[in-house]
Every structure is written in structure tokens, then in C-alpha cells.
Design a protein around this ligand. Structure first.
Ligand code: ATP
Ligand code: MG
Length: 240
């Protein structure tokens, strides 16, 4: 199981509300997109879920267990994987070291780490070719693949990605999204994807939430949202 449930979450930055009574849910095996304009609260939602921010109010449940006060590293061990905004790989560590750091929460299972590394090299052959190279020398697309592979090294049940397409050429974005689609379809990975490229995200995800000022403005199935005039005008850049 990998149900994620966020109930009435409020997060403030020095009095200003970044999230305002936000409730969303991602069911096991779902691919859900989290959309919205700059500053809507997408990153804050992911950071709160992985334990990097403390909410002023509200609760977070994972697999039916409340994790609101569980520290971040324990949430990783429970199966919450987070690919942060801006990738945040270690530039001076090699590609392989970056990957190994991703499996830190599972360090007691050494054989498993070796297997996970092989899996990642199978999934992203480019990382294998460059495994001795410093993280900081990778291209933007390779760095994003490394950030995703690193998160997968902890064997997450749910993978949350924060704008993975940012700064990538269109061709690379399509390649990256193909990987996400495969992880979801072939391995049944539960995915929560934050994206600015709303149209692309709606083509991938089954369902989406659109945030505005820290709360859910519109939610629904992707195929309905793509044809929803409110969505088309405000978020897809196509008046209809
Ligand atoms: N460190 C911070 N200090 C103060 N305010 C912050 C901080 N980080 C975010 N905020 C504010 O919280 C709100 C939500 O920000 P958040 O980063 O979650 O938005 P976002 O949807 O991820 O935006 P973007 O699309 O630009 O990444 C915004 O109003 C933002 O200005
Ligand atoms: Mg953000």
C-alpha cells in the first residue's frame, strides 16, 4: 500500500500562509499531477510530505498511519521518495556515490543496494557510462536522471517529483516523461508529479489537482481537466 493523504494542511512562513487548509490524496498505484502557478504551494506540499517543513495545522497519513510528526529520514524509510526542486545532487561526489547516498536509509541491506544500483544503470544506461564522473559535470538532463535514480535507490512506494522538466530541452523532457510513464506502468510505482508544463503533465497523469494560493482550486481526472475551459484558459495557455 502507498496511499498518501493530506488533510487540512496549513503551513506559514513568518505569518504568510504558503498552504491554507490543503487536502489532497494519492492512492496506491495512481499517477497524480500537482499543478498551479508560481507560488501556489506545490513545493511546500512536497516538502511537508517528506518532513522538511512543520505544519501549523493539519495531518499527513501514509499507508493509513499518521506521519505528521515523523522525522524526514524515517519517512524515506517508510517509502516516501522525493526528487527536490533543482535536483540537489552532490556536485563533488561521483554519480555512483550520489546513487549510494540515496540508499542510505537501507544501508543494512547491502546486497539490495548492489541490486538497486544495477537496476538504475539498467534504467538509465547514461548513468552507468558516467558512473565515475563527478555529479557536477553532468548535463541538465543527466543530472535530472541522477536525481530521480537517487530517489529510487531508497526503494520508495511513492515518488514525488518537483518540476523535473525545469531547464531541460523539450526533447529531453519527453524522454524523461517516458521514464516516468514506464516506472508507473511497469513497476506500478505511485507518482505525485509537480509540473509547470501542465499540458504534458495532464497527458501523463490520471488525475490532477490545481492549486491556487495554497489550496486546491480545481481537481479531477486529467482527461476532463484538459477539456475544462477554466483549466485551458488559466493553465494550458489556450483560450477555448
Ligand atoms: N523560504 C521561504 N520563505 C518565505 N516564503 C516562502 C519560502 N518558500 C516559499 N515561500 C512562499 O510560500 C508560497 C508557496 O511557495 P512554493 O514554493 O510552495 O510554491 P510553488 O507552487 O512551488 O511555486 P513555483 O512554481 O514557483 O516553484 C509562496 O507564496 C512563496 O513565496
Ligand atoms: Mg516550486
Amino acid at each position: 500500500m502507498s496511499d498518501l493523504r493530506i488533510e487540512g494542511l496549513t503551513i506559514t512562513y513568518g505569518g504568510a500562509k504558503a498552504l491554507d487548509n490543503l487536502s489532497i490524496e494519492v492512492k496506491t498505484g495512481e499517477f497524480v499531477a500537482l499543478l498551479g502557478a508560481n507560488g501556489a504551494g506545490k513545493t511546500t506540499t512536497l516538502r511537508a510530505t517528506s518532513g522538511l517543513m512543520r505544519p501549523a495545522a493539519g495531518k499527513i497519513f501514509f499507508d493509513g498511519v499518521e506521519i505528521t510528526k515523523v522525522p524526514g529520514h524515517k519517512r524515506t524509510a517508510l517509502g516516501i521518495g522525493h526528487v527536490p526542486e533543482g535536483r540537489q545532487i552532490f556536485p563533488d561526489h561521483s554519480v555512483e556515490e550520489n546513487l549510494q547516498l540515496g540508499s542510505f536509509v537501507r544501508r543494512k541491506h547491502r546486497a539490495e543496494t548492489t541490486q538497486s544500483l544495477e537496476d538504475m544503470y539498467g534504467l538509465f544506461p547514461r548513468l552507468k557510462e558516467r558512473n565515475k564522473q563527478a555529479g557536477g559535470t553532468l548535463s541538465g538532463g543527466e543530472a535530472q536522471m541522477l536525481a530521480i535514480a537517487r530517489a529510487l535507490m531508497s526503494r520508495p512506494k511513492i515518488l514525488m517529483l518537483d518540476e523535473p522538466s525545469l531547464g531541460l530541452a523539450p526533447q529531453l523532457v519527453l524522454e524523461l516523461f517516458k521514464y516516468l510513464k514506464r516506472l508507473h506502468a511497469e513497476q506500478g510505482l505511485t507518482i505525485l508529479l509537480v509540473e509547470q508544463q501542465a499540458r504534458l503533465a495532464l497527458q501523463l497523469a490520471e488525475r490532477a489537482y490545481i492549486l491556487e494560493r495554497g489550496a486546491v482550486k480545481i481537481e479531477g481526472k486529467s482527461k476532463d481537466l484538459i477539456n475544462d475551459p477554466r483549466v485551458a484558459e488559466a493553465y494550458l495557455g489556450t483560450a477555448s
